[in-house]
Write a protein that binds this ligand. Structure first.
Ligand code: SF4
Length: 258
């Protein structure tokens, strides 16, 4: 029986991997990383540090496209409701690899969802059937991010730098089509060049699709749903920062939605 952890390079998936390795031994564990090719450079450092520490070579997969190429190929701009990037670059890629290597009764799959996210368990269980999916961080002893950081510190492993920059995850280099206004403003403040890149890519995509009525972000004003491009968001932040909903963080769910 192989124990396959979807290893994203985030704190939750590290804690999951650590727990699964402690239970079953490193020789029975596979850490599966799917690269979106727009990851933060420090994510690769974290992967290297942790693979040395665990004594396991991480299995690295990549479709070869990044999220923007996926949006172009599918002629669909990802947003909080539909993220084809995560389907194609992460879920499909992982499924292809798992099915090619193991039958459902030869492996168990593990996701880093924790006890505060119990409601997110249903979709991956349904999506991966007949494979079995487990969520070790939903089990006792319950740990939070601070506990995980302490654990990493005790092993002299620096946490991925995006967490220190105020990001809630280490996916896609701080970008995510499921993120909210507050998350994107954090990207603008912490990594303005990266924000500019995505702002330009979104504009390029609108031109490519010949649309001016879509955007990654949307908001509701006076009961009306409105588009909010990254260009608009930046301009509004520069002129009227108090108008931005900094509590709208959104949430990445690469492996947890339909
Ligand atoms: S982190 Fe966000 S942008 Fe990146 S693949 Fe997942 S859903 Fe898409």
């Amino acid at each position: 029986m192989k124990h396959i952890v979807f290893y994203s390079g985030g704190l939750g998936s590290w804690a999951t991997a650590n727990r699964v390795i402690q239970r079953y031994g490193k020789e029975n564990v596979i850490l599966l990383f799917t690269d979106t090719l727009i990851e933060d450079e420090d994510l690769y450092r974290f992967l290297e540090d942790t693979e040395k520490d665990f004594g396991i070579d991480i299995t690295r997969l990549a479709d070869g496209r990044d999220v923007w190429q996926v949006f172009k190929d599918t002629r669909f701009l990802g947003n909080s409701r539909i993220a084809k990037c995560s389907h194609i670059l992460k879920q499909d890629k992982s499924r292809e690899w798992v099915e090619a290597n193991y039958k459902p009764d030869e492996c168990i799959l593990y996701l880093g969802i924790d006890f505060t996210e119990e409601h997110r368990r249903k979709s991956p269980i349904r999506n991966w059937a007949p494979y079995q999916v487990e969520f070790p961080m939903c089990e006792e002893p319950y740990v939070n991010k601070v506990d995980i950081i302490k654990d990493l510190e005790s092993r002299s492993i620096a946490i991925p730098r995006l967490y220190n920059k105020g990001f809630s995850h280490n996916n896609c280099g701080g970008f995510c089509v499921r993120a909210g206004q507050g998350h994107f403003i954090n990207l603008l403040k912490e990594m303005p060049d990266r924000y500019k890149y995505h702002e330009e890519k979104e504009q390029e995509m609108l031109k490519f699709l010949e649309r001016n009525d879509i955007s990654i972000l949307t908001r509701t004003k006076k009961g009306q749903k409105q588009i909010l491009t990254l260009k608009q968001l930046r301009e509004e932040y520069e002129s009227q920062p108090e108008q931005i909903d900094m509590f709208d963080i959104g949430g990445c769910g690469c492996f947890v939605e339909e």
